[in-house]
Design a protein. Structure first.
Length: 358
């Protein structure tokens, strides 16, 4: 009887709260999924602040356009570094902005949504608490935390509940998560601070050393997208970039080829391959056998890098597949968790029930 009453209370509490929201809180981009509607937001995790007044000037797309283009008193910052909260108050402002943007007045009596947030694997309890507290302060009711590789695996519909080895490589902006999943848990994993942002820095450093030109972060990212590759294939790609000449201090344009970018990023890519090998070495042989048969799934924005899956396949001797729409795998996973919480609740890293209103 008590159990039945508890279940009824749980349903009533969810009626008091608004519909669920899934958030992929990334270093580079934040994606938001609304239960029953799908992915409604995909914006950069950037906040512009007026340091004279302490007020937030812009968030998301508008703030990213300001990167490297603001006067001294306006600072465009990323409140998440390597996938974890580095500035609690700014993260709270950003989350509040996104939650407010998708929460409608008709959604629940008190409009405090259930929220599932994806975080990098292996983060500390303190970092988990910071994410949860920021979400609650931003207006969330019930907050559930899930590790990003697990969310990505759910998002690409891997059978995470079954006793079989599922391997996923999630290459984001700040971190890369490499994980082997079986029976609703992560068997072995590694979190690397080598991802999209690191590749951008590699390109900036290479162009600085080889061409004596200083590039901005956005220019480096655009160059990576335009001509970046890890395997030489067919005719070479090239792109003209503009930056500041370090000798004269004046603007200068140079042409960068795909081989230049490949040389710039190859050490970082090799470190990801080595990390994947380490995870496989720590994985029980039965699960390794499953992975060799089923292959490895690659997700995250980094999966778009030309030739990356083929290079991993060649180095590991295991089939590597790029997920469909890899950029949204994690946020799609949070949405599936919201809609199937009764079946997927056991994969959550942390689940603190919302305090019912008095």
């Amino acid at each position: 009887m008590k159990f039945k009453n508890f279940k009824i209370f749980g349903k009533f509490k969810r009626m008091l709260l608004s519909g669920g929201i899934g958030i992929d809180l990334g270093t580079a981009n934040t994606l938001v999924y609304v239960e029953g509607e799908g992915i409604v937001i995909n914006e950069p995790s950037v906040v512009a602040i007026n340091e004279k007044t302490g007020q937030v000037v812009a968030i998301g797309n508008e703030a990213k356009r300001m990167l490297g283009r603001t006067p001294a008193h306006i600072k465009a910052i990323r409140p998440l570094v390597d996938g974890v909260v580095s500035d609690y108050e700014v993260t709270q402002e950003m989350l509040a902005y996104f939650i407010k943007k998708v929460t409608k007045s008709s959604r629940g009596i008190f409009a405090r949504p259930r929220v599932v947030i994806g975080v990098p694997s292996g983060i500390t309890n303190v970092e988990v608490r910071a994410v949860r507290d920021a979400a609650k302060s931003a207006g969330a009711g019930e907050v559930m935390i899930v590790e990003e590789p697990m969310a990505a695996a759910v998002g690409v519909r891997l059978p995470v509940h079954e006793p079989v080895g599922n391997m996923i490589i999630d290459i984001g902006g700040g971190t890369t998560d490499i994980a082997v999943i079986s029976l609703s848990g992560i068997v072995s994993s590694k979190n690397m601070r080598v991802a999209g942002d690191k590749l951008n820095q590699d390109i900036i450093q290479y162009v600085r050393d080889e061409f004596k030109i200083l590039l901005g972060e956005k220019t480096a990212e655009d160059l990576k997208i335009a001509v970046g590759s890890v395997i030489k294939k067919g005719e070479g790609l090239e792109a003209a970039v503009r930056g500041r000449d370090l000798i004269t201090g004046l603007p200068r344009e140079v042409v960068i080829t795909d081989s230049d970018v490949r040389e710039a990023i190859i050490k970082s890519i090799e470190s990801l391959v080595d990390a994947t090998k380490e995870v496989l070495e720590e994985t029980p042989p039965e699960l390794v056998s499953d992975i060799m048969h089923r292959g490895i799934i690659m997700a995250g924005g980094g999966a778009f890098l030309r030739g990356l899956s083929k290079m991993f396949e060649s180095e590991l001797g295991i089939p590597v597949y790029v997920a469909e729409d890899p950029l949204t795998a994690v946020v799609r996973g949070t949405g599936i968790i919201l809609e199937e919480i009764e079946n997927l609740g056991d994969i959550l890293l942390d689940h603190e029930e919302a305090i019912p209103p008095k």
